[in-house]
Design a protein around this ligand. Structure first.
Ligand code: ADP
Ligand code: MG
Length: 337
């Protein structure tokens, strides 16, 4: 299908110009950007390339009337968040986009949000594809990591502590308010909605955690669900203190059940959950101060008891939640999902 504004003009106007402005900086790793059949990347000697790709589909990941500037920013943010979780430094990204029509205002705003974040993390757009079709945004991001330093999901061991950056649950609380599942004042909504619309990829944190974290991932589907990935790949169990989960002041005004559900299971936060040996506590505290980012100890890694990993949840009195209480916590979340 042909797009009315020529594909070439569209790419030039909304993507290539912004990309060239960034490439004139002195980054040596991008040998060739937009314009040829491929881009060329050159990692520094002794570095590995980390590659990730995330697709955003209208109706599934965002509403049809989503603010295009926020959307451009978020589409890149979720990819940079994956680079952060491995400890990678961003090198560049590609954008493959299907557009139902050529709407210059929409594209202008989309590319503004996209390039604003790209600039913050010195991560230029180096290629992609553009076609007509239902709105679909697919970004692939490339990063570099010193050889052997990538933080995988498989490195957690019994005795490690579990940490999470920032606060969790606000993206889910925003969604609940937008869906009228609960009511929030407009001031409260304004205070937290940035977490859903414009998550911050924790790139600096990821790079600082190289050699410190034994395993890490970014939380896109909810803390407990995502933590399970670390547990499965590392073949360990976990113990989580529900009242240690870092929550915003706004979330803390909700009922205890909502607080626990949203913090433990709400998705879209893009914080980093990682594990580290207890002797790394003071280093982690220094990183937290340096980056001015809360990093909270939320639980511990335990030896695996059965063939499938278990997460033991503890309430504010340190008492283990019963199977029914745990099921209720997870079930009420599913009901909202
Ligand atoms: P080809 O047909 O060889 O794949 P295209 O005509 O699709 O090339 O693209 C021309 C150039 O523009 C390529 O360098 C491609 O990477 C780049 N490009 C296409 N769409 C985008 C986009 N949405 N963002 C960035 N670069 C793009
Ligand atoms: Mg092509």
């Amino acid at each position: 299908m042909q797009l009315p504004l020529g594909e070439f003009e569209l790419i030039q106007r909304f993507f290539k110009t912004g990309s060239e402005a960034m490439l004139s900086s002195d980054d040596q790793s991008i040998m060739l950007g937009i314009g040829d059949d491929c881009a060329l990347l050159k990692p520094n000697p002794g570095e590995e390339i980390a590659i990730t790709s995330d697709m955003l589909v209208e109706g599934r990941h965002f509403f049809a009337d989503a603010n295009p500037e926020w959307l451009g920013r978020k589409a890149l943010a979720v990819n940079l968040s994956d680079l952060a979780a491995m400890g990678a430094r961003p090198l560049g990204f590609t954008l493959s986009i299907a557009l139902p029509q050529v709407n210059s205002n929409w594209l202008e705003a989309f590319s503004k949000g996209l390039f604003a974040l790209a600039q913050e993390y010195s991560c230029p757009l180096i290629g992609g594809d553009t076609t007509a079709g239902p709105l679909n945004i697919c970004i692939a991001a490339f990063g570099s990591i010193p050889h052997g330093k990538a933080i995988k999901r498989s490195g957690a061991i019994a005795g490690d502590e579990i940490w999470v950056s920032g606060s969790v649950g606000d993206a889910r609380l925003t969604l609940a308010a937008l869906r009228h599942e609960l009511s929030l004042s407009s001031t409260d909504l304004q205070a937290i909605e940035i977490h859903m619309h414009q998550p911050t990829p924790r790139i600096d944190l990821g790079m600082h955690l190289r050699g410190i974290a034994t395993a890490a991932l970014d939380i896109s589907d909810g803390l407990l669900g995502d933590l399970k990935h670390i547990l499965k790949q590392s073949k360990v169990d976990a113990q989580i203190f529900l009242d240690h989960l870092p929550k915003s002041a706004t979330l803390q005004q909700q009922s205890e059940a909502v607080q626990n559900q949203f913090a433990a299971c709400g998705g879209d936060d893009y914080e980093i959950c990682f594990t580290a040996s207890p002797d790394k506590r003071s280093v982690i505290s220094d990183i937290s101060k340096k980056l001015r980012l809360a990093i909270t100890h939320i639980g511990n890694i335990k030896t695996m008891q059965f063939s499938e990993p278990i997460i033991q949840l503890l309430d504010k009195n340190g008492k283990e939640l019963s199977a029914t209480e745990t099921a209720n916590l997870l079930k009420s979340f599913d009901h909202f999902a």
